[in-house]
Design a protein around this ligand. Sequence first.
Ligand SMILES: [Zn+2]
Length: 70
Amino acid sequence: MKAMRRKLVWLERQNFQGWGCTECAWAFNPLGPAVGHSLEDMKTRYEIQRDTEFRSHVCAEHPRATKSPS
Ligand SMILES: [Zn+2]
C-alpha cells in the first residue's frame, strides 16, 4: 500500500492565493469572517479548520484540470 504523500502548501496563482494540496486541485476556503477572542485565537481556529479540511479531503474527488510538471 502506497503512503499518501500529499502536503498542505501555500499556493499563489493568477486567480487564487491560499492553502492547497500538492496532489490534487483541493484548496482551502475559510468559511465566513474570522472569529475568535483574540488574534491568536483566530489564527489557531483558522489553522485547525484548515488542517481538518485538508486531512479529510479525498484527492480523487478533486482532479486537476491539467497536470503540472513538478
Ligand atoms: Zn489532495
